[in-house]
Structures are given as structure tokens and as C-alpha cells.
Design a protein around this ligand. Structure first.
Ligand code: ZN
Length: 429
């Protein structure tokens, strides 16, 4: 089971170079499992026993199973994750020429570890807006060039003797990727031509695009016994995949099990498809209305709901143990970490900690605790944002990993599998 799950995770990550593709990958699995698509702009007809999903902006997705009609007292069990990844977005009018090199102008998205993007074959994927008959609704399609067309070369050590002593990296100068070189005058937009060719449309029909660079190399298992997963986008596609497995196998008979994968966590969640939006609560209200209930039912259900906010956690690094909390090391093979913070960068409190710990204990799943060193600021995640919109009980958990926000991250196979088990157990309640 372990090998099969890991194989499926790596396939999911490879098929999901951007938040748009992550949403499409989830959609595909849900369709295969007979979840019905709900069009957000038409009235919903829902039934107890039904399985449904809906999307926002092609980049966020909510899937749910209605196990019983008594949602007021049995509530929603929600798993939340995110599908966006730190990296680079290609700017408008991006083509630049330096002597006979052709390179692209890009802008950072979120907080990537910049040095990890050098000397890697890169490809391009995203969403393209095409001309349609309706000016208010351009046709949107996903695109994945799926070839190593770009690279950001390092400056040789001979020209930068300080390269191993900590060098500042400037996103407007140092990280612009090379696309080609030419000894002929260039009169067209080469990236636009590539998109048109990839999509088999005319370049004039392309109005705009949300395009991101991504590392072309595939994920793989590493270690003496292949005990680690080395891949891009483990933050947060490993948790997203775990949540997806859980909703596909939701075995509860109570209330509603719900999975939401948000966009834009890496930039603070403040978009219509991010956690800081009415997307989730509005969907919950629509579900209850479609089940023939009054609005009051929503407020009762919220009181009885619970959220598992799933975003990766930090493993203690063997070369930098001093960077981790002195009494709460997080180690590979010891299970998902419950994330705790006195200032509530995470939603966990003793009440919700006890819920997740109880689930793990009841199913013999190991778990550990992550807290920042008191002099390290740490990050935050979707949990606090989403839970403050909903006003529900919530716990933050994460599969622990090394090299978070690197172009290639590292996690233990066992911890990924334990997280899937814990999420499945949550959706059996
Ligand atoms: Zn994350």
C-alpha cells in the first residue's frame, strides 16, 4: 500500500505543475469516483448519499459527501489544503534580448528559495485566456508546455568568488530564465508562439495568460531504502493528495465530509479563491439551502463542525538541530505533526489538539508536535484564515518535511502514509 500510495502521489505531483493543474488533477480523480460537478451559477439539487464537487477560478476546489440529513447536529468535517506553490510567474511583454540571448522577464510568486531554481531544466504551465464570442467570458484553457524550454544558469564561481559565502539574489536581475539564442532578428513573441503551437490555436486568439515556471525533473524516492520522497511541490500537494484520498474514501455515516483545496496560500490567501474569502462558508450555506433547510441550520451546523487544516510542517534538520525547538524535535518516521503556536499562527488549542491526538491514538497512528523556537517567527497557513471566517473549531497539522519552499523538497514516505491514514480516520467519524 505504501509503495502504491507514494507512486500515486508522485504521479499527482507531476500532473500538477500549477494551482490550475492541481485543481484539474483533483477534478479528474473525483469524476472517476462519480462525484457530480455542481455549476456555481445554477441552482443546486442535492441528495443525502450524494457526492459532489465545485470549483472557483479553475484554481480552487471543494468536494463533499452528504452522509446524513442531520447536518445541524452532526456538522461538517472539513480538510483544508492549498494547491499553489512558490516560484515565478511570467510577466506580460516578457521577452528580453541581451546580445543574442533571449530571456524572459519574470516576477516572484510567494517565497521560493531562489538559489534552488538555478541550473535546473524548467518548463512553463498555467492558464490561457482565449477570445470568445462573449467579451465578459473569455474562454480559459490550461496549458503545460511539458518540455525543458528554460533555464536560469548560475554565474561561474570564477566570476563570483563569494558564491559560497552567502550571496544576495535579485529577482529582477539574477533569476531571469534563458529561452534561446539567435543570430537572426527576432520579430515575434516566442513564448506566445510556443503557447499557440502547444494549444493548437492562433496567436491572435490568445488574450492573456497566467504562466508559471516549474522544475521539469520528475519526483523520485531517495535514501538507502527509498525512505524519502524528493519532489517539487510537496508543499502542499502532498497534503492535498492526502485530503483527496480521504474524501474519495470517506466512510462516515454522519453529517458532511468536505475537502477544500484553496489557491493563493503562499501570498496570504487574500483572493476570491483563497482561504480569506467567502468561498467555503458560502458553499456550506448553499449545501444546506439545497437540502431544503433554513439559514439557521448553517449556524447550528457550524457549532458542530470541525476543520483539519492540512499544510506541511518542518522536520528538524540534522545539520541545524539548533534551529528547531529544544524540547519538540520533529523527526522522520514519527508521523504527522500537530502545529502549535502561542500567537495562533496555527489554529490548534488544547481542545482541538485533543481531537487529532485522539484520532491518531485510536488508530495506532504515530504523531508529533511542531512548535517554533521562541526566537524564530515561523510561517502561517490557511487554518487561522479559514477558521476565523467560519468560526469553527480547527486544528493545524502537517506532514513534516525538509527544505520547505525549495524547488525540490524532501519528506519521509512513512509520514506521508500516516497522514493519509489520519485523514481517512477523520472522515470515518
Ligand atoms: Zn504550504
Amino acid at each position: 500500500m505504501k509503495n502504491e500510495l507514494t507512486h500515486k502521489l508522485l504521479k499527482f505531483i507531476d500532473a500538477s505543475p500549477t494551482m490550475f493543474h492541481a485543481t484539474a488533477s483533483c477534478k479528474q480523480r473525483l469524476e472517476e469516483a462519480q462525484f457530480s460537478f455542481l455549476n456555481p451559477s445554477t441552482a443546486w439539487q442535492l441528495q443525502v448519499g450524494g457526492k459532489y464537487y465545485t470549483t472557483m477560478n479553475d484554481s480552487a476546489i471543494i468536494a463533499f459527501c452528504i452522509h446524513s440529513n442531520d447536518v445541524e447536529t452532526e456538522g461538517f468535517k472539513i480538510i483544508g489544503t492549498h494547491g499553489d506553490v512558490p516560484g515565478f510567474r511570467i510577466k506580460p511583454h516578457s521577452q528580453m534580448q541581451t546580445e543574442n540571448y533571449i530571456k524572459l522577464n519574470t516576477e516572484g510568486y510567494g517565497g521560493p528559495i531562489l538559489s534552488t531554481w538555478f541550473d535546473r531544466p524548467l518548463s512553463v504551465a498555467g492558464r490561457v485566456a482565449l477570445k470568445s464570442d462573449n467579451l465578459l467570458r473569455p474562454k480559459t484553457v490550461l496549458v503545460d508546455v511539458n518540455k525543458p524550454v528554460l533555464i536560469i544558469p548560475n554565474l561561474a564561481i570564477h566570476m563570483n568568488r563569494d558564491i559560497n559565502n552567502g550571496v544576495k539574489i535579485n529577482k529582477q536581475k539574477d533569476t531571469l530564465p534563458i529561452l534561446s539564442y539567435t543570430n537572426e532578428p527576432v520579430s515575434t513573441n516566442l513564448m506566445l508562439d510556443l503557447l499557440a503551437k502547444t494549444l493548437n490555436v492562433s496567436a491572435e486568439d490568445i488574450l492573456d495568460a497566467d504562466l508559471y515556471l516549474y522544475p521539469y525533473e520528475k519526483g523520485m524516492r531517495v535514501g538507502l531504502n527509498e525512505e524519502f520522497i524528493s519532489a517539487s511541490r510537496l508543499d502542499d500537494l502532498s497534503m492535498t493528495y492526502s485530503g483527496l484520498e480521504a474524501i474519495l474514501h470517506a466512510s462516515s455515516s454522519k453529517g458532511i465530509s468536505m475537502f477544500v483545496c484553496y489557491d493563493n496560500e503562499e501570498i496570504g490567501s487574500h483572493t476570491k479563491q483563497g482561504a480569506d474569502s467567502p468561498y467555503l462558508i458560502r458553499t456550506m450555506e448553499r449545501i444546506l439551502l439545497a437540502l431544503g433547510k433554513e439559514r439557521e441550520a448553517l449556524f447550528m451546523a457550524l457549532e458542530n463542525s470541525f476543520m483539519l487544516s492540512g499544510d506541511v510542517a518542518h522536520l528538524s534538520h540534522p545539520n541545524y538541530m539548533e534551529k528547531s525547538d529544544p524540547t519538540n524535535p520533529v523527526l522522520p518516521g514519527k508521523g504527522p505533526a500537530i502545529k502549535v503556536n502561542a500567537n495562533f499562527s496555527y489554529t490548534t488549542d488544547s481542545d482541538t489538539y485533543a481531537v487529532f491526538a485522539g484520532i491518531c491514538k485510536a488508530h495506532d497512528i504515530p504523531f508529533q508536535v511542531f512548535v517554533n523556537r521562541s526566537d524564530e517567527r515561523g510561517g502561517s497557513t490557511i487554518g487561522p484564515v479559514a477558521a476565523s471566517h467560519l468560526g469553527i473549531r480547527s486544528v493545524d497539522i502537517g506532514t513534516p518535511m525538509l527544505a520547505m519552499h525549495s524547488a525540490r523538497e524532501l519528506m519521509a514516505v512513512d509520514d506521508f502514509v500516516y497522514t493519509v491514514q489520519a485523514m481517512k480516520a477523520f472522515f470515518s467519524l
